[in-house]
Design a protein around this ligand. Structure first.
Ligand SMILES: [Zn+2]
Length: 428
């Protein structure tokens, strides 16, 4: 993918701190955003970024204000929102300040339990999603140590409190996760959305992650709009200012979610299976969603289609009983090679590549890889090289950071397979 300066900044939160609304509100960025409200009785922090960004957040905060932190709110339990607490807590202990209240939804508490159970798996997932850019094995997601919530929102209950001259309204809605909280400060009409808004297409159908909630997400955005906010601190990206601009962003994001949801549901009711729904949906994406706040640089529309389908459908997604209890892929491929050998498959894949039918070429090449035990080494090597070329070309054109990483990870894997194969053949 071509990461323009604008999207590099947005994806990695490379913004200087920003103060607004009488200078009492601040946005600090380090991958995700931290919202700071400075009251005459201390600070409220909405999110505290990731473990690896804790010091960056702390240093930026202390360049702005020396007031003690009274409340920390977790917008949701993702690794980049509630693990950057170490330097904050160290300071509190050093200065003998009271520990802040930590507010989260009850599903954040169970999310942390789940993360502990799936510690290694989650690190693997994060390596897949970010590894080609951030490097591997960074323990991004570990919840073995957490900052324990002291105030827990249950079910759909909301929560409000006052600190100094400001009031804080907290609401729970499902969207990117089942544990999201968003916050509104009515005195200055400041909205803190967490990942309900990430300044690009919503990350609603992430291929590695559990179910997300497009329809609830859209309704949550409608509720936020009713507050008529003047400032919006998104989970990622720059501060959004002005009632009209914010309204536009909230409306277009809700609309795209209603659209993808309702169109998939319509096709489910027409008795269609995933393949048909997916390809039909690709044809009908409305022009108006090519909006600056819906750029498909992280999540994308193609993923969102999956999200809606999965929300209502089981895992049997083709309607073909052959796929109900399938044989192993290598056994199937071995049978294909008995009909026509690997050379024929390679030649066909190469022709498709030359015709720029990259996706079809990948499917044909996979017959060779799936039967790799049986195939001629020279053909296998050429097939690996061709797949690398195809994936690199797809990656160059890909807009989504997540999809792009999936392509790049496979390129790296195939390159080491080539080295391995060459070693093996030279020692034979
Ligand atoms: Zn998130």
């Amino acid at each position: 993918m071509k990461l323009t300066e604008k999207y590099r900044k947005m994806l990695f939160g490379l913004y200087p701190p920003r103060s607004f609304a009488n200078g009492n509100f601040h946005k600090i960025s380090a991958f995700s955003n931290v919202g700071v409200v400075e009251t005459n009785n201390g600070l409220v922090l909405f999110d505290i970024s990731s473990r690896i960004n804790g010091s960056k957040i702390f240093n930026s905060l202390r360049e702005i204000t020396n007031k003690p932190i009274k409340y920390i709110i977790f917008s949701h339990g993702h690794y980049d929102h509630c693990f950057g607490y170490d330097p904050l807590i160290e300071e509190i202990k050093e200065k003998g300040w009271e520990m802040p209240q930590v507010i989260a939804h009850e599903n954040t508490v169970s999310r942390f339990e789940k993360y502990r159970m799936l510690d290694k798996y989650n690190n693997w997932v994060h390596d897949q999603q970010f590894g080609s850019v951030l490097g591997k094995n960074k323990q991004y997601n570990s919840a073995r140590e957490i900052l324990n919530p002291t105030i827990v929102l249950r079910g759909n209950e909301s929560y409000s409190f006052k600190l100094g001259e400001y009031s804080f309204e907290l609401y729970h809605d499902r969207g990117e996760t089942d544990d999201h909280i968003w916050m509104f400060v009515p005195e200055e009409k400041v909205l803190f959305t967490g990942d309900f808004i990430i300044s690009c297409f919503p990350n609603v159908g992430n291929p590695y992650k559990v179910q997300r909630y497009p329809k609830d997400w859209a309704y949550a955005l409608d509720k936020m709009r009713e507050k008529e906010p003047e400032y919006l601190i998104p989970g990622q990206g720059p501060l959004i200012e002005g009632k009209k601009k914010i309204e536009e962003v909230l409306i277009i994001t809700a609309e795209v979610m209603h659209f993808v949801h309702d169109e998939v549901v319509k096709r489910l009711n027409e008795g269609k299976w995933f393949e048909q729904i997916y390809h039909e949906m690709l044809e009908i994406y409305p022009e108006k969603f090519n909006h600056e706040y819906l750029e498909q640089v992280y999540g994308c529309y193609r993923f969102a289609i999956h999200a809606v389908y999965r929300l209502y459908h089981g895992w049997y997604d083709t309607g073909n009983p052959t796929d109900l209890f399938p044989a192993r892929k290598n056994e199937i491929a071995n049978e294909f090679l008995k009909i026509s050998d690997e050379k024929e498959y390679y030649i066909r894949a190469k022709d498709l590549y030359d015709e720029n039918k990259l996706q079809l070429a990948l499917h044909v090449l996979d017959v060779i890889f799936n039967a790799s035990d049986m195939v001629n080494t020279e053909i296998l090597l050429s097939a690996y090289e061709l797949k690398i070329k195809i994936l690199q070309q797809k990656e160059e054109k890909e807009s989504s950071f997540i999809a792009s990483n999936i392509f790049l990870n496979e390129v790296n894997k195939l390159k080491s397979k080539i080295v391995e194969l060459q070693k093996r053949t030279s020692s034979d």
